[in-house]
Design a protein. Structure first.
Length: 78
């Protein structure tokens, strides 16, 4: 059961990330890049934001996997 949930979660994340990337690509001639993004890239702070997002995502995945194992144990007892 845990493998099914993990696989489903990764598929959803992959599809959503593809959607976000395609939504951000547009006609680059009519729009300028956000200044904040350029500033964060030049200062290296974008990596801090990425690291925090990955830590939070990893924590959520581990929490769901642990919860799934506990629920499976309870289902076996019943």
């Amino acid at each position: 059961m845990s493998k099914k949930i993990s696989a489903l979660f990764f598929i959803v994340v992959a599809l959503l990330s593809n959607f976000v990337v395609s939504a951000q690509q547009g006609d680059s001639t009519s729009r300028k890049e956000p200044e904040m993004a350029d500033l964060m890239r030049s200062n290296g702070k974008i990596y801090v934001v990425l690291a925090v997002a990955l830590i939070i995502l990893t924590g959520l995945i581990l929490y769901v996997a642990r919860l799934d194992r506990k629920i499976s144990k309870l289902e076996k007892k019943v």
